[in-house]
Every structure is written in C-alpha cells, then in structure tokens.
Design a protein around this ligand. Structure first.
Ligand SMILES: Nc1ncnc2c1ncn2[C@@H]1O[C@H](COP(=O)(O)OP(=O)(O)OP(=O)(O)O)[C@@H](O)[C@H]1O
Ligand SMILES: [Mg+2]
Length: 280
C-alpha cells in the first residue's frame, strides 16, 4: 500500500547531515524531538529509555519534558506538584533551563500541568515558536544529545520542539490507523522547514508495540518499510508490560529489568542512533 508519493518523498528528502551540529563556531550535540500527534504511541517511553541507553554508552543526555501531562517527569519518580519551577517558567518567564534540570538516570528538564498554560501565554509573544530553541542554547554544548518529549498534538509546544530540533524520531504504533497520522506530521514538518527551521529532518521512524504473532502488526511494519524505506529503524519495540511497569517504580526499563528483552530493544535503538546519526 502506498500513502502517496509526496508524503514519502517529503520525509525522504531530509537526510545525510553529520552527527554534530555547529552553532556559533562551537560543536554541540544533537537535539532530537520525539513527535507524533497520536496519543499513546510510546513517545515518552522512547525518550526516556533511549536517553538512558545513550547514557550507558557514555553520552551526556538531557531529556526535556515538553508535555503538560508530565509523564516523563513522573517516570523518573518525580511528583510534578512538588516542583517550584518547570519548563513553563523556562518558556514563559525566561528562567534559565539549568534551574529546572534535575539529575536522575538522565538529566531531566521537568514539567508539570502548568505547562498547559504555556501555549496561551506564548501565543501573544513575538518569537513564540523559538522560545525553546533559545532556552536550549546555553546548555547545548554540555550535552551530546538533547531529547525532547512532546505532547500528542501539533500545537505550539510541539512546534517549539520541532523548531529547536535537528531531527525527529517518530514512534509509530504498529497498526494501520497510526500510519495514516504520519502524513499530518509531515505536513507540519514541511511548514516548519519553510518558515522556522529549514534543517529539521526525520531521523527515523520507530515501530512500537510490535506484536510479531499478529499478521496486522507484521503488515503495518511492511507498509512502513514500503513507504519510508530505510527511514524505518531496524529495531522494532515489541509489546510488553515491562514498559508500563517501570515508570511505576520511577525508573527506566533499563534499570527496572536490565537484562530483559525490553531493555535490550532500546539498547539496540541507541546503537542504531549512534551508527546512523549520519545516514538517516
Ligand atoms: N512497547 C510497548 N509495549 C507495551 N506497552 C507500552 C510499550 N511502550 C509503551 N507502552 C505503554 O503504553 C502507554 C503509552 O506509552 P507512552 O506514554 O510512552 O506513549 P506517549 O506517546 O508518550 O503517550 P502520550 O501521547 O499520551 O504522551 C504507557 O502506559 C506505556 O507504559
Ligand atoms: Mg507522552
């Protein structure tokens, strides 16, 4: 099944940049957003577990919680209601991002439900789409990877994430209806490239909640590969309850069940991200 060439071609055109970016003459790490306007496709799970897998490989990683649901913050055992300052203050009050970073398995720029008010507060500001990009500038050289978890919508928070990013990883649940949503995301990315960030590209499409026992899951991966070729990561994240269990303990799955297959999947993904930083 084909989605129509323009969507696939649009996704495929943005490739082949080196792993490191140069900003103001200094080489800095990569900023990657995890985006898909569909809810519950494993954006947060992937942001955290890929982040921890990269830390295991010796990389310096900052994860930014840009979702008012604060699932990323909670999945590191933090109660968002206890936080004095969050990403809301960074975006709206220009609080330095260093002031909201907590050191956990990864460094985490934390959020709370307050962030829900950021879209409205930002909407009347000049440069509203670039608030995150600006906030990240002072810390970009301190990290090899800055991973941004986004909410399940294509609103101003996600637009800020895409504007601040070098690349986007798109987790896609292995089912037909999830695949259709990719076209909407590509339309948003086209708009971002035209107006805000000409360099942002899809770094990879990650099949998640894969169930190899069902024909539907296998077919969904085939459709992705047919349409998006080697933009689809070789790593597929299988369906397992481990991913839901780990956040209850306030940890990544790599710590919760370090030797299990769920942890291995994200270690494999980290290997691909490190290898393919240049190619995808
Ligand atoms: N591979 C998987 N197998 C089974 N369950 C998973 C898998 N990955 C994530 N989950 C679970 O599915 C739910 C949704 O995952 P997650 O919160 O990461 O998605 P999301 O895309 O960030 O959601 P939202 O759009 O609401 O932010 C969570 O309960 C999570 O623990
Ligand atoms: Mg989430």
């Amino acid at each position: 099944m084909q989605f129509g060439n323009s969507a696939a071609a649009g996704l495929l055109q943005q490739r082949g940049r080196p792993d490191l970016t140069i900003v103001g003459g200094v080489s800095v790490g990569q900023v990657i957003a995890f985006a898909n306007q569909k809810g519950g496709v494993a954006k947060t799970t992937t942001t955290l577990n890929l982040g921890v897998a990269l830390v295991e490989r010796g990389k310096r990683v900052l994860c930014v919680d840009l979702d008012p649901q604060s699932n990323l913050t909670m999945s590191q055992g933090i109660d968002p209601d206890d936080l004095e300052r969050t990403m809301f203050d960074v975006l709206v009050h220009k609080t330095p991002i260093e002031d909201v970073i907590l050191r956990r398995e990864i460094d985490l720029a934390a959020s709370s439900i307050d962030l829900a008010g950021a879209e409205l507060a930002l909407s009347s500001m000049i440069g509203r789409e670039r608030a995150l990009q600006k906030a990240l500038l002072p810390v970009r050289s301190a990290y090899d990877y800055i991973l941004i978890d986004t909410p399940p919508s294509l609103g101003l928070l996600t637009i800020n994430a895409l504007t601040a990013s070098d690349g986007v990883i798109v987790p896609v649940q292995c089912e037909y209806l999830s695949l259709r949503g990719l076209i909407q995301l590509e339309n948003t990315l086209t708009m971002i490239r035209e107006n805000l960030n000409p360099d942002v590209r899809i770094k990879g499409i990650l099949p998640t909640m894969f169930d190899g026992r069902t024909l539907h899951s296998r077919e969904a991966v085939e459709i992705l590969q047919e349409n998006f070729g080697d933009l689809v990561f070789e790593t597929k994240i299988r369906k397992t309850i481990r991913y839901a269990e780990a956040p209850v303990k306030g940890t990544s799955v790599l710590k919760y069940d370090s030797k299990g297959n769920a942890a291995k999947a994200y270690r494999d993904l980290a290997g691909e991200v490190l290898r393919n930083g240049k190619a995808k």
